[in-house]
Design a protein around this ligand. Sequence first.
Ligand SMILES: Nc1ncnc2c1ncn2[C@@H]1O[C@H](COP(=O)(O)OP(=O)(O)O)[C@@H](O)[C@H]1O
Ligand SMILES: [Mg+2]
Length: 325
Amino acid sequence: MTALMTAANLDVSLPMPQSPLQFLTPGRATIDILRDISLTIDAKTTLGLVGESGSGKSTLARALLGLQPISGGEICFDQVPLTTPAGFQSLRRSTAMMFQDPIASLSPRMRIGKQLTEPFVIHRVVMPDRGARAAQLLDRVGLPASLADRYPHELSGGQARRVCVARALALSPRLLIADEPTAGLDVSVQGEILNLLRQIRDETGLALLIITHNLPMVRHVSDHVAIMYLGRLIETGPTRTVFANPKHPYTQNLIASKPQPDPRKRRSDLAIKGEIPSILRRPEGCEFHNRCRFAQDLCRQHPPELREVSAGQFARCHYAETLTK
Ligand SMILES: Nc1ncnc2c1ncn2[C@@H]1O[C@H](COP(=O)(O)OP(=O)(O)O)[C@@H](O)[C@H]1O
Ligand SMILES: [Mg+2]
């Protein structure tokens, strides 16, 4: 297995939002959005990144692509650090991102065909027949060539996602990051988009990072999973291992509980009891302790490290080995 992208001990801190109560927390000018994230995406594999809203998934995606400044750690693409011009160039050329909101990520006043070939202009790739290339890209995602003349608002949600996939494929990336690729779509369309991503991965051998709060989807499509909580990874490992034998109580809860299908009745995106704490007020010790039914004094006092609990499986829990589900 070759590592295509690695992040080591990544931190992202952002300036504290301006607040009239700022004088209450003097000296705390920044908030930690991501803390100590280490992960590897192997070539030609799919990693599923799971976490509740606000846990930092999109921030991590942007950081991995060099779109979000990091305050600590190192990112390498193809073993080359992003801080070097060569590393950054190779990343820019070989990765593509599907942003969370597909309609918003398309330009409203530009025809689809032109949007599909824009990456060639941006990256100065010579493409004599752009029209033919746009038609070919549309065909690859199962859309008719006639869509090239349409504008984004004329598309259905599913079609817009497909256009985003097509645009992401324009420069034949080696890594595609898809942020919530099925959010807001009907269940049947969700399945179609996932199958499309899978099919493209199999055909092209690109690596996929799929970001989602949809656990069944991750189980279905990912080789590896990484579970995020309050800006930290709390469990990572091969999908089959983690689903068969989750070691972190949070992961155990996620897998055991059924999601509430009605979004209005959900207290959080993932079916788990209790509110996710704010990153502005991180709990002391293990940050999950206030929602954990196994919590002991040690958990309230000392933050656990992410450590290997079985071959290739890592969990951030003091008691990972002794918990019963
Ligand atoms: N530019 C920003 N400035 C301040 N806070 C931000 C910014 N972007 C994201 N955040 C905060 O960072 C946290 C993680 O956000 P995000 O990465 O979008 O999470 P997710 O994608 O998992 O829902 C949230 O609490 C959000 O409010
Ligand atoms: Mg997000």
